[in-house]
Design a protein around this ligand. Structure first.
Ligand code: RET
Length: 243
């Protein structure tokens, strides 16, 4: 009986004007649908491309589970689930870095490239978490350090070693790499904007509290599902070329 009461409590909190809660709910469903799509497509790929598409599915699946928790947390507390948000990112963003390495392997990408990108993304997210959740009074400092790590990632894929490998690989891989570069430059740039929106005394008054979650939720849908679809499309093209 206790459980039933609890369930009705939660349902009664689903306020039709709670558009932030709505974006958590839709995010949850979108991530689940995308995961099912990626996982169920796996058997059509040979081993090499299967790994890349599998990672796309893992990214959206990890996000789906976190969105489940974040949706609940928001409904119960009406505050940003910052902790779950960053746990999600610290698992999924390094996996996105792994995707760059996986598609560039044909051109001779070394694991060192992968670890460098993973390391940079972890620095970016840990310092971002400090600024957003632990030391909000020095949000500018931590956000600045985080932004530096972000710029190094952007440099690496647009101009640095990863770019050179993509050029060496050429063809469809170069095309896909370019699209992924745009995701990182434009799609990922939405997050620092959300960070500034959510930091008290900066722009948090423009859209009200919680607006940061809408920004992050939209960005996640673009960056996780869209990014995964680029990998999927590349795998399909490569697969067709073999067949
Ligand atoms: C699926 C989740 C993704 C792709 C998350 C990406 C997150 C970022 C690129 C966050 C970047 C930040 C800065 C560049 C500065 C301010 C702090 C962050 C962590 C919001």
């Amino acid at each position: 009986m206790k459980n039933l009461v609890l369930l009705s409590d939660i349902t009664s909190k689903m306020d039709p004007t709670d558009y932030i809660g709505f974006t958590f709910f839709v995010g949850c469903m979108a991530m689940m649908a995308a995961s099912a799509f990626f996982f169920l497509s796996l058997s059509q790929f040979d081993k090499k491309w299967r790994t890349s598409v599998l990672v796309s599915g893992l990214i959206t699946f990890i996000a789906a589970v976190h969105y489940f928790y974040m949706r609940d947390y928001w409904a119960a507390n009406m505050e940003s689930p910052t902790f779950f948000r960053y746990v999600d990112w610290i698992l999924t963003v390094p996996l996105m870095c792994v995707e760059f390495y996986l598609i560039l392997k044909v051109a001779g990408a070394k694991p060192s490239l992968m670890w460098k990108m993973i390391g940079l993304s972890v620095v970016m997210l840990v310092t971002g978490y400090f600024g957003e959740a632990v030391y909000p009074a020095s949000a500018a400092l931590w956000g600045g350090i985080s932004g530096l790590a972000y710029f190094v990632i952007v440099y690496e894929i647009w101009i640095g070693g990863a770019k050179k490998l993509a050029v060496a690989a050429g063809g469809e891989i170069l095309k896909a790499h370019k699209i992924l570069c745009w995701f990182v430059l434009v799609g990922w740039a939405i997050y620092p904007l959300g960070y500034m929106l959510g930091t008290d005394g900066w722009y948090s008054s423009i859209l009200g509290s919680g607006s940061v979650d809408v920004v992050y939720n939209i960005a996640d849908a673009i960056n996780k599902i869209g990014f995964g679809l680029v990998i999927y499309a590349l795998a399909v093209k490569k697969q067709d070329a073999i067949a």
